[in-house]
Design a protein around this ligand. Structure first.
Ligand code: 5GP
Length: 183
C-alpha cells in the first residue's frame, strides 16, 4: 500500500503534541480575556474545522459555535483575491461577542471581507484567533488578536488545511513540498 502522506510530498512543521500545547496556551489567554462572557466562535470553513474543534474543547467558557463557509482559493495554491460565501451563519449576531476562528491569515483579503460582513450585521465585538499567520504575504492590514504560530512563505497543509481538498486529515501541520497528484 502507498504511504500516506507520501513522505516526499510534505515536511512536518508542527507535531500534534506541539499544536495541542499551543492551543492550551491560547485557551488560557482567551479564558482570561473573555472572563464572564459567552462568545460565539465563528469557525471559518473549511480550513479551521479541526482547529475550532480542539480550541472549543480547550476553552473553559460557555461558548456557542457557528460556521461560516468561504472560498477564497481555486484548486491550487494561488489566491484569486475573490471571496465567496459558501455557507452562512444560522443565527443573527447582532449585539453578540464574536471570536472568528481562522486557519491561516495570508494576504488578509478573506479576513478583511469576513470582518466587514460581521460588523455590518451588528456584532458587539469581533476578535480573531488564527492558528497560523503569514505576515510576509499581507496585502491588506487586518487585526489578528490571537495567533497560534507565525510561519514564513510556505504553503501549509494538514490539521484542517488542504491543497486541492487533500491533506486536511493529516494530524500535523506540514509544509507542502510537492503538489498532490492530479492537482
Ligand atoms: P488570504 O485571504 O488571507 O490570502 O487567505 C486566506 C485563506 O487562504 C485561508 O483561510 C486558507 O484557506 C487559504 N490559505 C492561505 N495560505 C494557505 C496555506 O499556506 N495553506 C493552505 N492550505 N491554505 C492557505
Amino acid at each position: 500500500m502507498r504511504e500516506y502522506p507520501p513522505p516526499e510530498a510534505v515536511r512536518t512543521l508542527y507535531s500534534p503534541a506541539t499544536i495541542a500545547a499551543r492551543i492550551s496556551e491560547l485557551a488560557q489567554e482567551l479564558a482570561r480575556d473573555y472572563e464572564g462572557k459567552a462568545p460565539i466562535l465563528v469557525s471559518v470553513l473549511k480550513g479551521s474545522f479541526v482547529f475550532a474543534a480542539d480550541l472549543a474543547r480547550a476553552l473553559p467558557l460557555p461558548v456557542r459555535v457557528e460556521f461560516l463557509g468561504v472560498r477564497s482559493y481555486g484548486s491550487g495554491t494561488v489566491s484569486t483575491g475573490a471571496v465567496q460565501i459558501t455557507q452562512d451563519l444560522t443565527h443573527p449576531i447582532e449585539g453578540q461577542e464574536l471570536l472568528v476562528v481562522e486557519d491561516i491569515v495570508d494576504t488578509g483579503l478573506t479576513l478583511a471581507y469576513i470582518l466587514s460582513l460581521l460588523k455590518a450585521r451588528g456584532a458587539a465585538s469581533v476578535r480573531v484567533c488564527a492558528l497560523l499567520d503569514k505576515p510576509s504575504r499581507r496585502r491588506v492590514e487586518v487585526p489578528v488578536d490571537y495567533v497560534g504560530f507565525t510561519v514564513g512563505d510556505a504553503f501549509v497543509v494538514g490539521y484542517g488545511l488542504d491543497c486541492a481538498e487533500q491533506y486536511r486529515n493529516l494530524p500535523a501541520l506540514c509544509e507542502l513540498v510537492e503538489l498532490p497528484q492530479g492537482s
